[in-house]
Write a protein that binds this ligand. Structure first.
Ligand code: HPA
Length: 270
């Protein structure tokens, strides 16, 4: 695994001339942020040794290297989900690669279903904690001591200082933000009404199928994380309706503008 990571890092380093400071994982319908990057290099996932290739429609697979908000960034346009059939090691592989490329902060976006009755469709939710409900743990197996300890601390999975900066940026730009706990589970089914109720009872505000594995692996390496979710549908009693991936993407697309401003301005403040 370590050899594979080093090989991939060397391949990418050979193609780029800057050392990225910030890593960004662009989730569902959020590829638009990529348009804001002053691009230096684009590398297709299919070209990168050992990189998985995304199988979901609407998640194109490219690594974009350049500048955003005055910082050097590496952005993943398209991420890997457990439900696609990859092991958790593969899902989180790019996070380890980005760390070795030099990133000092990880920013993650996603789409999720809101179970908090105060939420509305299209809201942005800053993730301040998570509940890991995936059936496989990304750090399962022999610990890679080069990356971090056997039993990583998770008392501040989402960096409080970055959250404070994001809230300030949101206020200054008149962007409404919610804050809450994200519960990650495998999917690919959306939840039944009983499962949404369970998610709420367990203490989460939103539920989705990503982010938690990447953040766990990032925290193993002590990388500060910031994650934000677009609430694309509601798992709130009385408001549950049929949903499709297309509807999720549509809502995410409409939220793209405020999300782009927020992330770009936040990166300036890092
Ligand atoms: N559940 C799980 N994942 C999701 C949802 C949802 O309601 N919406 C967008 N991603």
């Amino acid at each position: 695994m370590l050899e594979e990571i080093n090989h991939t890092v060397a391949y990418i380093q050979n193609k780029i001339s800057l050392v990225p400071e910030v890593g960004i994982i662009l989730g569902t319908g959020l590829g638009g942020l990529a348009k804001e990057i002053e691009i230096e290099n684009v590398i297709e996932y299919s070209e990168i040794p050992n990189f998985p290739v995304s199988t979901v429609e609407g998640h194109s697979g490219k690594l974009i290297v350049g500048k955003l908000g005055g910082k050097k960034v590496v952005a993943m346009q398209g991420r890997f989900h457990y439900y696609e059939g990859y092991s958790m090691k593969k899902v989180t592989f790019p996070v380890r690669v980005m760390k070795l490329l030099g990133i000092q902060t990880l920013i993650v976006s996603n789409a999720s279903g809101g179970v908090n009755a105060n939420f509305e469709i299209g809201d942005l939710m800053i993730i301040n904690d998570h509940i890991n409900f995936f059936p496989e743990h990304p750090l399962n197996g022999k610990n890679l001591a080069e990356f971090g300890p056997r039993f990583p601390d998770m008392s501040e999975a989402y960096d409080k200082k970055i959250i404070a900066k994001a809230k300030k940026v949101a206020r200054l730009n008149n962007i409404k933000v919610q804050e809450g706990v994200y519960l990650g589970l495998s999917g690919p089914t959306f939840e039944t009404p009983a499962e949404y109720r369970m998610v709420k009872i367990l203490g989460a505000d939103a539920v989705g199928m990503s982010t938690v594995p990447e953040v766990i692996v990032a925290r193993h390496m002590q990388l500060p994380c910031f994650a934000i979710s677009i609430i694309t549908d509601l798992g709130v009693e009385g408001k549950i309706v049929k949903i499709t991936h297309e509807e999720v993407q549509e809502v995410a697309f409409h939220a793209e503008k405020k999300m782009t401003i927020l992330i770009k301005e936040l990166i300036k403040e890092l």
